[in-house]
Structure formats: structure tokens, C-alpha cells
Write a protein that binds this ligand. Structure first.
Ligand SMILES: Cc1ncc(COP(=O)(O)O)c(C=O)c1O
Length: 399
């Protein structure tokens, strides 16, 4: 039998984690707090039906939507991203510095494709986004983790590891980090922007949750603190428009962007023109502010219910983060409870699934199994309350 590439083998463990998460999202018998799916109520179905009609009824728009398009993306959508998402967040980017990608994951993928060789070191947060870890594994790089504080990456540890490992790239999610929900302070963002230049390292800033803020003050992206080419900003339209549309974007210096565009050209020529056109229509029709307001109201209420329910029903000594936005609460179980070992038992006994903390750490044998990632976004308040009660009682019964 012809041998698979070596990278396939190194991905075994992470592939299993990802399959478990994806399967939990589609298994109707389970209540899943494990994945990162939006609320059903967050899909503006009627509006998307109308916008699709309006694209297809217009000869020019329809042709553009159905043809091969420019690799960098539809001009109308790039302009809409610039006006609705970048300028309001302080990011000054010209049109030739903005590319539409097939989801936020492809934005990360393209940056990896351009910069990473096997054996390079990537610094990540501890814990980090499981899918990014999968991606880094597929590029056969070595991930080294940096400690997190309550206000984001620990700068001393980060700088010490830059000096020790000479990384090619630092991957960070400064706002409502996945999985912890933690946001990096403004001071640390400024510091990180300086590090990008000082050590000539790429900072890959991944920011899919910052728009979904329910409380607290808006924070400027790291990218706004520097003109350095070394900070590349990646984002997704999955959480604020639709994951099924598979749309995301990258902002990078125009010279680097040319090469990122070439990477994408080699992979898939262009992003889906129809969903790009519908999404452009969505922004340009002025629908985004009220849609976002609606999303924030849904998620704020779900977060509040989950937070309270964890406080009320989980074993004494349980700790949890208090995110001002995003999708996730990161829970630390009291000593003696192992979230990873108990996951199949919870599925069996209470038909509930959650993100097992150990999946989010890059070290083999990391002791992360006292943690759980709970996503409150996709489940309504009543089911959250009932499920947290069952899960809390389940954990108490295993103490
Ligand atoms: C941290 C982070 N980055 C990127 C993405 C990209 O998502 P998508 O490819 O669905 O747009 C996600 C989605 O869950 C995420 O949580």
C-alpha cells in the first residue's frame, strides 16, 4: 500500500478530538455544549432568502456571483468588511490589504502555508483553539505554549519563549479567547505589537468573537497598535453571518497580501461567489447593526443563565471564567474530577457533551483534564438551566 504523508500520522490524536466535537454538533440524541455553533435564532433565514433573490434578480450581480471570481474576493464584500468591520474597530486597511477567504480557518491556513516549514516553532496560548492546533500539526511545526493570565498572554513567559525558541509565528486570540473567553488587556496588546517588530516574528491575530460583546468596553485589535507588516489579522464571518456561508477574511500588508492571494489561488481559485454576494448585500443593505444587536441579546441572556446555573449546581470548588462576549465559559472542576475521563460517562448517563479541557492544550500528557469548555451559544436558556443541573449533579455523583 502506498504510504500516506508523514503529517497524517502526527495528526491522529487531534483528528479524534475534532471528530468528537463535530459529531456532538449533529447527534440529535445529545445536548451539546462542546462545539461552537451559533444559536438557531441567529440565522436571519427570511432576510437571506430575500437577499438571495435580490442578487439573482440582478443580471450583473447574478453573473458575478455564479462565475469564477477574483481570488482576493468580491470588491463589494471587501468594501463592506472595510466599512462595517475594520474602520469601526480602528483597523486602517486599503482595499488591496483585504482578502475574503473560505471561512476563518482558511485565513489561518493561508498564513501557515505562506510562512511555515516543517520543524518551525509556533507559540500558542495555553490553552488554545483546537482547530488551530490541528492546522499547525498538519504543517508539521512544533507548537510551544505560553502561559495565560486573567488578562491574556503572560508577557514575561511570551518574551522568554521567543528568546528560547525563536518562533516563526505567534498565534493569539486576544478577544473572548477560544476556549477560555478571556480578553487581553489593551496594555498587553500594545506590548505584543512591539514584540512583532523587536523580534521579527509574525503575530497571527485571530478575532472571530470580538463583535459579539455583551458587556464591558471595546478593545482595539493588536493590529491597530502598529504599522508593522508582521501583524496579520484573521477573522471569520461565521459567527456574525453564517458558518455555512464559509466566509472569512485576512488583513495584511499589500506586499504580503499578494503572496497570500497566490497561496489561495493554488488551493481553490476563489471563495464561493454566491455567498459572498449575499453577504455583501446583507452589509450594504444596512442589516448588520440590528442583526448584531439581536445576536448580542440572545447570547448575553444565555451566558447569564449558564453562569448562574454553574454557580448553583456544580460541585463546591468549581471555578469559571466570566467572559464579556463570545461563546464560551471555561470551567475548572474541583480536584479529583477528570473531565476527560468522565466525558463518555456523561454522554452515556446524562446525554450531555462538553469540550474536554485537555483537547485545548498542545503538550502531550498535559494535565488539562480538570477543565471543560462549555459553549452557551447554541442552546436556549431553559435547556441550559436543565442541562447544567443534570451535569452538576452528575459531577457531584462522581466525587
Ligand atoms: C478562534 C477561532 N478562529 C477561527 C474560527 C473560524 O471559523 P470558520 O472557519 O468557521 O469561519 C473559529 C470558529 O469556531 C474560532 O473559534
Amino acid at each position: 500500500m502506498v504510504q500516506y504523508a508523514k503529517r497524517r500520522e502526527s495528526m491522529d490524536y487531534i483528528i479524534e478530538c475534532m471528530h468528537n466535537i463535530m459529531e456532538s454538533l449533529t447527534n440529535k440524541e445529545l445536548t451539546s455544549f462542546g462545539g461552537g455553533a451559533p444559536a438557531k435564532e441567529a440565522y436571519p433565514i427570511e432576510l437571506i432568502r430575500e437577499l438571495t433573490q435580490s442578487v439573482l434578480n440582478d443580471e450583473e450581480k447574478a453573473m458575478q456571483a455564479l462565475s469564477y471570481g477574483a481570488t482576493i474576493g468580491l470588491t463589494t464584500l471587501r468594501k463592506a468588511v472595510q466599512e462595517n468591520l475594520l474602520i469601526p474597530n480602528g483597523i486602517k486597511a486599503n482595499m488591496d490589504e483585504i482578502m475574503i477567504t473560505a471561512g476563518g480557518i482558511q485565513a489561518l491556513y493561508l498564513v501557515c502555508k505562506l510562512y511555515l516549514d516543517p520543524g518551525d516553532v509556533v507559540l500558542v496560548e495555553s490553552p488554545t483553539f483546537v482547530h488551530a492546533k490541528m492546522l499547525f500539526d498538519s504543517f508539521e511545526v512544533k507548537c510551544q505554549s505560553c502561559a495565560m493570565d486573567e488578562d491574556g498572554l503572560n508577557m514575561e513567559d511570551l518574551e522568554a519563549k521567543i528568546n528560547r525558541y525563536h518562533p516563526k509565528l505567534i498565534y493569539t486570540m486576544p478577544t473572548f479567547q477560544n476556549p477560555t473567553g478571556i480578553s487581553m488587556s489593551a496594555q498587553k496588546r500594545k506590548h505584543m505589537a512591539l514584540l512583532a517588530e523587536k523580534y521579527d516574528v509574525i503575530i497571527l491575530e485571530d478575532d472571530p468573537y470580538s463583535e459579539i460583546r455583551y458587556s464591558g468596553e471595546r478593545l482595539d485589535p493588536i493590529k491597530t497598535y502598529t504599522d508593522s507588516k508582521n501583524v496579520i489579522y484573521a477573522n471569520s464571518l461565521s459567527k456574525i453571518f453564517s458558518p455555512g456561508a464559509r466566509l472569512g477574511y485576512i488583513v495584511a500588508d499589500s506586499e504580503i497580501m499578494k503572496d497570500l492571494v497566490d497561496m489561495k489561488l493554488a488551493i481553490d481559485t476563489c471563495t464561493n461567489g454566491l455567498t459572498q454576494a449575499i453577504c455583501a448585500e446583507f452589509f450594504n443593505g444596512g442589516h448588520y447593526p440590528s442583526h448584531l444587536g439581536n445576536l448580542c441579546n440572545i447570547y448575553r441572556s444565555r451566558r447569564d443563565v449558564m453562569k448562574k446555573a454553574i454557580e448553583n449546581h456544580f460541585p463546591v470548588g468549581t471555578k469559571q471564567t466570566s467572559p464579556d462576549g463570545g461563546y464560551y465559559i471555561w470551567v475548572e472542576l474541583p480536584r479529583g474530577l477528570d473531565g476527560r475521563e468522565l466525558l463518555p460517562v456523561a454522554i452515556e448517563e446524562v446525554k450531555i457533551t462538553y469540550g474536554s479541557g485537555s483537547d485545548f492544550f498542545v503538550e502531550e500528557n498535559h494535565e488539562g483534564s480538570q477543565y471543560l469548555r462549555l459553549s452557551f451559544a447554541g442552546i436556549n436558556e431553559h435547556v441550559i438551566e436543565e442541562s447544567m443541573k443534570s451535569l452538576g449533579e452528575f459531577f457531584k455523583s462522581k466525587q
